[in-house]
Design a protein around this ligand. Structure first.
Ligand code: ZN
Length: 410
């Protein structure tokens, strides 16, 4: 197991470099009850950074599973007044939100996907207005903390303790925390590199990207004129504070033009959604919408996902990640999007990010949608990067520029 010293280093990195908690801010921490010890290190780091108050949402895979096994769908779908008030309170506090992910990837295996998606849809429908209200106006970040079941999923041949230690080792490697390094300095160099690549893409002025791979991917996606490519960090528009929403992060992404893509994307890694797996799948798009899909595992779930709402069959993100990413080099499937999405190039079904638009601060979600930013209840990443993925950037005059060759920067 990692030493207390290295765990403190990681907790500190999450709070100072990730969420960048400032004096006087409220922090909303979400963590599994299994992670109470690591959560305590994070809470302490928040208070040391000057947090005014740290609130915690404790979660439990077992509790959630039992809810879905025994409680009625209508009951679970209901957002109680105090839950809504809690969401409303965030619009006053604009808290830093820190999410510690340690979920068992199989936590909801065997639960009716219809029940899961119906409950998710109706709860998000009620709570979305509060989320929209704080969007872009607060700092947030997601980091992984190995739990026992998650570790056993990644290392099925090891006994529990060894599996947890092995997953900790992999997680700390991907977030650049070692016994004797200065992770804050490493992250500065890493984010500078990502920002240089994003600046190059922004200077090219591509209007579309064309993806090809021998696995069958042949796909063209339109980009929003003037939309930025961004990576690594974001700025809280409310207070100007720079923060890093995901650790690890290797991607440079933008929001494509909703309704403008054609062709087929073939997945290159399994997708874990609502704690269930979708594997070996492909999605075919026409006029910007997914019109068909096939999956060796989880076909029904994938179809449900595409039908979550009017816009869940359209794309909200395209992201570029070279195959040299430490997540990819680990050779490990983490069964957790936070890690797996940083292994290779990916796209996301559902909501786009309005922050990529140049004047996003003043735009409502509806105005951003009119400019081409997809608006949906879901945002689900799926991996399409392969060893031989080629991506060409196409400019408005039709000229082409290689962006990716053989799975990495051309
Ligand atoms: Zn992404």
């Amino acid at each position: 197991m990692p030493s207390e010293q290295i765990l403190k280093k990681y907790a500190n990195l999450i709070v100072k470099t990730g969420a960048n908690v400032r004096p006087g801010q409220v922090v909303q921490l979400t963590a599994s009850v299994e992670q109470h010890a690591f959560a305590a290190l994070v809470i302490e780091a928040c208070y040391r950074a000057g947090a005014r108050r740290v609130n915690v949402n404790w979660e439990s895979d077992e509790k959630t599973r039992l809810d879905f096994q025994y409680a009625e769908q209508e009951e679970l779908a209901r957002v109680l007044p105090w839950e809504e008030e809690k969401a409303r309170q965030m619009t006053d506090d604009l808290p830093c939100r820190i999410f510690l992910e340690s979920e068992d990837p199989d936590a909801m295996a065997g639960i009716d996907p219809e029940k899961l998606s119906a409950v998710t849809r109706s709860r998000r429908g009620v709570l979305k207005r509060y989320r929209n209200e704080i969007e872009g106006k607060h700092q947030w970040m997601v980091a992984g903390v190995p739990g026992e079941k998650w570790a056993k999923k990644c290392f099925p041949d090891l006994e529990s303790g060894e599996a947890v230690a092995a997953l900790w080792d992999a997680v700390l490697r991907t977030v650049r925390v070692t016994e004797d390094n200065d992770p804050v300095a490493e992250w500065k160099a890493h984010t500078d590199y990502i920002e240089a690549k994003a600046a190059w893409l922004n200077a090219q002025g591509f209007s579309s990207l064309h993806y090809t791979s021998t696995n069958g991917t042949d796909f063209t996606v339109g980009l929003i004129p003037g939309a930025k490519w961004v990576g690594a960090g974001s700025v809280n528009e409310h207070n100007g504070v720079f923060y890093i929403p995901n650790m690890p992060t290797e991607e440079i992404f933008t929001t494509p033009m909703a309704g403008q893509c054609e062709g087929t994307l073939v997945s290159t890694k399994p997708l874990c959604w609502n704690s269930q797996l979708i594997e070996n799948f492909s999605i075919t798009f026409e006029n910007g919408r997914a019109v068909s899909c096939t999956a060796k595992r989880g076909q029904e779930l994938l179809e449900k996902l595409l039908k979550m709402d009017d816009c869940s069959a359209m794309l909200g993100e395209v992201a570029l990640v070279p195959k040299e990413s430490p997540i990819n080099r680990s050779g490990l499937l983490f069964y957790e999007t936070l890690f797996d999405e940083n292994a290779c190039c990916h796209c996301a079904l559902g909501a786009g990010f309005k922050e990529v638009l140049p004047d996003s601060g003043e735009l409502s979600v509806e105005q951003a949608q009119a400019r081409g930013v997809n608006n949906s209840l879901i945002h689900v990443d799926f991996m399409v990067g392969s060893e031989d993925l080629a991506i060409d950037g196409i400019r408005p005059d039709g000229s082409r520029e290689p962006v990716f060759r053989n799975g990495t920067w051309a």
